[in-house]
Design a protein around this ligand. Structure first.
Ligand code: NAD
Length: 283
């Protein structure tokens, strides 16, 4: 059996279409939707991410501003800029690109963003809302994974789900979102003793580690749905995930590719978070 491919590019395109419609609906009421992106320093990867985010906004009609601040920017200056954006009614979402230069405390910066504009969903208040089942903003990557599972027709209620990775931006919020949908969730991580024993029981596997070939075919139950969040560079320089795609697709019922899987969904969900914030602000 060859697994059904969950096409992140196609699903992200349909999500962007829907966001575009919602942006135009607000525009018809005289309201613009705005995302403020802040980049500190000149990390080349961050510059590419930020450029893509601005381009995506443009495509769906979200007005996006980009603050490019020099690497020497002080924490106080960055906090002052965030305070301005918090107070600006034209800004519905604020995204500070991570990582920040080492002299700036990322935690303090994230906590300075108004929880009502926290488009990444990283503020402790939004994490708390997610934990208590009243999520306002959901972190984009796990939110995108949930959309992919929904699109694949996954039955989450009562399902065994294994999340590999426990980071604050992917693994932990992913586990909470699956839990909220009724899955029995196991979180595996670098200290897990027997990873395969857990994954072999899983109806759904989400791999978010950053290690090539971590999930092999013998670790997957026939018919499981496998979502690959990992983003790695192979020896040939090509982008690849954490899952041995060619072998696992012969065992799974549905699988995401890398590239063209979770990556484009992460970008699309930032737009969703922004339009949701603008709609909330519009009442
Ligand atoms: P992270 O480094 O913060 O976390 C990695 C996690 O993997 C840790 O919790 C660690 O305990 C766990 N881990 C490490 N070795 C392990 C092992 N042998 N077995 C089981 N667990 C192990 O990384 P992150 O920010 O959560 O990102 C994870 C991966 O997802 C990376 O490859 C990253 O590039 C990718 N990513 C992709 C997207 C996307 O849009 N596609 C978004 C975010 C992250």
């Amino acid at each position: 059996m060859s697994a059904k491919l969950i096409d992140g590019n196609a699903l992200a395109a349909s999500i962007r279409n829907d966001v575009g419609r919602r942006v135009r609906r607000l525009a018809d009421l005289g309201l613009t939707t705005g995302l403020a992106v802040v980049l500190v320093g000149d990390d080349p990867a961050s510059a590419v991410y930020v450029r893509n985010k601005v381009k995506d906004c443009h495509e769906v009609g979200i007005v996006s501003t980009l603050d490019r601040l020099p690497a020497q920017t002080t924490e106080a200056a960055l906090l002052a800029r965030i305070a301005q954006l918090n107070a600006d009614p034209a800004v519905h979402g604020i995204l500070v690109q991570l990582p920040l230069p080492r002299h700036i405390d990322s935690h303090r910066v994230i906590e300075a963003i108004s929880p009502a504009k926290d488009a990444d969903g990283f503020h402790v208040s939004n994490v708390g809302m997610l934990v208590t089942g009243q999520a306002l903003f959901r972190p984009c990557t796990p939110y995108g994974v949930m959309k992919m599972l929904e699109h694949a027709g996954a039955h989450l209620d009562g399902a065994e789900a294994v999340v590999i990775g426990r980071s604050n931006i992917v693994g932990k919020p992913q586990a909470l979102m699956l839990l909220a949908e009724g899955a029995t969730v196991t979180i595996c991580h670098s200290r897990t003793r027997d990873l395969a024993a857990h994954t072999r029981r899983a109806d759904i596997i989400v791999a978010a580690v950053g290690r090539i070939g971590l999930v092999t075919a013998d670790m997957v139950k026939p018919g499981a749905i496998v979502i690959d969040v990992g983003m790695n560079r192979g020896a040939d320089g090509k982008l690849c995930g954490d899952v041995d795609f060619a072998a696992v697709r012969e065992v799974a019922s549905a699988i995401t590719p890398v590239p063209g899987g979770v990556g484009p969904m992460t970008r699309a969900m930032l737009l969703v978070n922004t339009i949701e914030a603008a709609e909330r602000a519009a009442g």
